[in-house]
Write a new protein. Sequence first.
Length: 256
Amino acid sequence: MMLRFRISEQARKQKLALSIQQSIASEIYINGITVERFGHISENADEVTALDPMWKPVPINLSSDSIQTIVIRFAVQPELRYTTLYGATNPILSVEIMSYDQAVKIFRHVNNTWIYFLIIGILSMLLIVHISFYITYPEQNANLYLSLYAFSLILSSIFKILYYYNGLGNIFLGDSSGQFIFGNLSFFLVFVAYFFALLTIYRFLNIKHGWFSLFILIVIILSLFLNTGVYDLGWKLGGALSQLLVYLTIIRLSYI
C-alpha cells in the first residue's frame, strides 16, 4: 500500500510521529527508508506474526520534498482470534500522523496501567487480612470466600495488565493472540469474583445457597465459551447475563 501526503511548513517545525493500531503484521517505509516493523512478515503464511502496537508513537524524519511517500507492506496472520473487550476495535490498519507529544499523550492514556497495580495492592491487603481471619477462625468460611473474591480480582487485574503489555510485544506470546487470551481471562475472572462475593454474603447472613447459586455458577462458566466463541456480541451477552443474575440475587438477599 502506498500513500503520498503533503506536510505544511508549520508542521515541519515540530517533531512528528505515526500513531499506529493494527491487526496485522506490517513494515513501514517513508521515502524509501524503513521506519518500523510490527510483527513478522513471511512468504510462508504460517510464519506471519501479527502485532498490535496499540498506538505506539513512531518518530519520523521527513525529507525536504513537498510530497512525502509512505509505503506499508503488510500480511495477515491466519486464524488469529480477536476480541472487542476493553475497547479494542481491531482495525486492519490505522495510521495517523501527528505531533510527537500528542502521540505520546494518546499512547500513555490508552496504555495507562498504574491503576491496576494500585488495585492489586489494595486487594492483596484484603486477601491477607481475611485469609488470616479464616485461618484463625475456620468456622466462619465467609472469610475464605472473601479471600477468594480478592484473589480472583487480583488475577483479573494481572491478566488485564498482560493484555496491554502483550499488545506491545514485550512479553509472552509476542503477537496479538495475547490480547484475546488475557482479555478473556481477565473478564471471566471478574465474574468468578462476583460469584465468590455472592457466597460471602450468603455465609455472613447464614443463608443456605440453593439451586439458583449453582445455576449462576453454570451461567458464568458457560459465558466463558460464549465470550470466546462469538465475536463482539458473545462477551456482551455472557457478561451482561452473569452480572444481571448476581446483582438480582444480591438485591433479593437484601430484603430477606
